[in-house]
Design a protein around this ligand. Structure first.
Ligand SMILES: NC(=O)c1ccc[n+]([C@@H]2O[C@H](COP(=O)([O-])OP(=O)(O)OC[C@H]3O[C@@H](n4cnc5c(N)ncnc54)[C@H](OP(=O)(O)O)[C@@H]3O)[C@@H](O)[C@H]2O)c1
Length: 241
């Protein structure tokens, strides 16, 4: 029986590429999203992948959402914590709302989602938890105190949870992408990208979502059982923690 993979924020950007790559690798895939119904319906029509709407920053919504996925597809063996947002501004202008939104969506979601599936993974003695952090959680970024804090938190979460579950067939890993060609990065003004971002990337281009997705497929595999607690940096050579 094909294993079930749940990808949060799996209908757009990096998450959509991850959902498609996992499906192509033979998994049964569920993709969650927050509110962009049009993008989710388009994704579903194009890929045949089931989509589910809930807010990953809300614990009870995650409990309900995972229950629905498991009732329809079966127990979740592979969880990809990909959903994320930015609310950039200098710290001295940052509102509590901007702080909370980013912390709860990018870091709180790892608790909210992983807590729903970890007991089942432990009982079945198999699981893969793969979270998407960021280069800016490793090195810090101007205007992103909230995002850098959350993404650094994703790395600490991974290291500790990996230790707790290493004997039980569950691996926990995190990917730290550099600048990837998605709507999140396309929101950065073109001249800023060309003058300030791309010159910092030794490979001299943005990464593509599929270049993150193939690493997720690698980490999800049965054969990847000796890789746990690790941070995989995929950033075109820009930064090495
Ligand atoms: N793009 C980059 O260069 C880059 C670099 C490093 C790390 N990352 C990280 O990679 C991940 C994906 O980024 P992306 O660029 O692909 O983002 P994106 O294109 O903006 O897509 C984000 C996805 O997450 C979903 N989402 C956002 N908030 C959510 C919430 N509260 N509950 C449920 N789903 C939610 C969105 O749903 P809707 O469609 O409903 O809005 C969408 O499916 C994020 O964690 C991001 O921080 C991105």
């Amino acid at each position: 029986m094909a294993r079930v993979a749940l990808v949060t924020g799996g209908t757009r950007g990096i998450g959509a590429a991850i959902s498609k790559a996992l499906k192509a690798a033979g998994y049964k895939v569920a993709a969650s999203y927050a509110g962009n119904d049009a993008a989710a319906e388009k994704f579903k029509a194009e890929t045949g992948i089931s989509v589910y709407k809930w807010d990953v920053s809300n614990f009870d919504a995650c409990a309900e959402g995972v229950k629905k996925v498991e009732a329809e597809l079966g127990p979740v063996d592979i969880l990809v914590n990909n959903a994320g947002i930015t609310r950039d501004t200098a710290f001295h202008k940052m509102t509590l709302e901007q702080w909370n939104a980013v912390i709860n969506t990018n870091l709180g979601s790892l608790f909210n989602m992983t807590r729903q599936v970890i007991e089942g993974m432990r009982a079945r003695k198999f699981g893969r938890v793969i979270s998407i952090s960021s280069i800016n959680g490793q090195k810090g970024q101007f205007g992103q105190v909230n995002y850098s804090a959350a993404k650094a938190g994703d790395i600490g979460f991974t290291k500790a949870l990996a230790l707790e579950n290493a004997k039980g067939g569950i691996t926990v890993n995190v990917i730290a992408p550099g600048y990837i060609n998605t709507e999140m990065v396309q929101a950065v003004p073109k001249d800023v990208l060309e003058k300030n971002v791309i010159p910092q990337i030794p490979v001299n281009r943005l990464g593509e979502p599929e270049e993150i997705a193939r690493a997720v497929v690698f980490l999800a595999a049965e054969e990847a059982g000796f890789i746990t607690g690790s941070t995989l940096t995929i950033n075109g050579g820009q930064y090495h923690a």
